[in-house]
Design a binder for this molecule. Structure first.
Ligand code: AMP
Ligand code: FES
Ligand code: ZN
Ligand code: ZN
Length: 311
């Protein structure tokens, strides 16, 4: 029987990469401690800050909201209904689970419905943008980024946090290395500080394996959506995750080392930009006012306006 390193009781999880087995209560405590450590290490936020947690209804973001709440941070949630269908009405089901979590924990939840707010669901945007070769996932990313920053700015939150875990980060890193996307590599960081019109962004779970956030959510009795987004099937992200899992299986700790060594190497790779700075000049979008890399309309407004003109 696997035993907890701290109390010798029966362990519920063995983390080979940390050579650490823990029982339920010590594991839940460990997740809280590690999250706190990460928040401090990357100077993400303090207990004075108002934090907006982007919650998808999945295990990572709900677990993150739960941990931050238990650590006594000041949080509110944001759920974006993207109008994604699927057998079980993916978006609606995840909204119900997010609302349930918020009400059970008496937490404020902002909700934005893409169809009501911008006139179309993600599949509809993607369909009408087919000529521009917009896949649902890229349109979806655009809508999410725009909405998160809009709500964070509108309500004056100090920081926006997302539930990205180590597997997410490593998959993106792997992709960017394969294509030597230097600019994307430069920007990949656990914390992006404020810029004019942009709320700081933090990923407090970036050092947790997906398996750990799932275990946390399960052991904390959090009800979350287990289905994957129907559009993610066959995606590069999922393929990368599968490959990286094979490597991890052969050598425990591969993913964590790949990510942490990258963050260290960044200091040498990009000496002129400290880890969290990037110097692109930004301009306010002529329509929504959010910062964009070229004068005129931002990509989001170009898409929404083009769409309105087409219909
Ligand atoms: P994904 O891009 O789906 O891998 O999700 C990464 C993170 O973005 C999640 O952990 C959430 O913090 C956030 N997120 C994803 N989907 C939504 C959504 N529909 N509403 C609010 N936040 C979301
Ligand atoms: Fe956005 Fe799947 S969650 S396309
Ligand atoms: Zn124990
Ligand atoms: Zn705009």
């Amino acid at each position: 029987m696997m035993k907890c390193r701290k109390c010798n009781q029966k362990a519920v999880i063995n983390m080979r990469h940390h050579k650490l087995s823990l029982c339920k209560s010590h594991f839940l405590e460990w997740v809280g401690d590690q999250t706190e450590r990460n928040i401090r290490k990357y100077k993400m936020f303090t207990r004075n800050d108002r934090i907006l947690v982007a919650v998808s209804g999945g295990k990572d973001s709900l677990a993150l909201w739960d941990v931050l709440n238990k650590l006594s941070y000041k949080t509110a949630g944001l759920y974006i209904h993207l109008g994604i269908p699927g057998e079980d009405h993916y978006s609606t089901k995840s909204q119900i689970l997010t609302e349930k979590f918020a009400s059970e924990n008496q937490l404020l939840l902002h909700t934005v419905n893409a169809k009501q707010e911008f006139g179309k669901t993600i599949p509809e945007f993607s369909e009408s943008n087919k000529r521009a070769k917009s896949k649902p996932c890229s349109v979806c990313g655009l809508v999410k980024r725009h909405t998160m920053n809009e709500i964070a700015t509108k309500y004056g939150y100090d920081v926006l946090v997302t539930g990205h875990n180590l597997d997410d980060e490593v998959s993106v890193l792997f992709n960017n290395v394969l294509a030597w996307q230097v600019d994307f590599l430069r920007r990949q960081t656990p914390f992006i500080p404020a810029k004019v019109g942009l709320t700081p962004k933090a990923k407090p779970f970036c050092r947790f394996y997906e398996r750990e956030t799932a275990a946390y959510a399960f052991l904390s009795n959090i009800e979350y959506i287990t289905d994957e987004c129907p559009f993610s099937e066959g995606s590069t992200t999922l393929q990368n995750k599968e490959l990286l899992n094979q490597l991890e299986h052969k050598r425990a700790g591969t993913k964590l080392a790949f990510y942490l060594k990258f963050l260290n190497a960044k200091k040498e790779l990009f000496p002129e930009h400290e880890i969290d700075h990037f110097s692109d000049e930004l301009f306010p979008c002529a329509v929504c006012g959010q910062p964009t890399t070229a004068p005129g309309k931002c990509t989001f407004c170009r898409m929404v306006i083009r769409d309105q003109e087409l219909t």
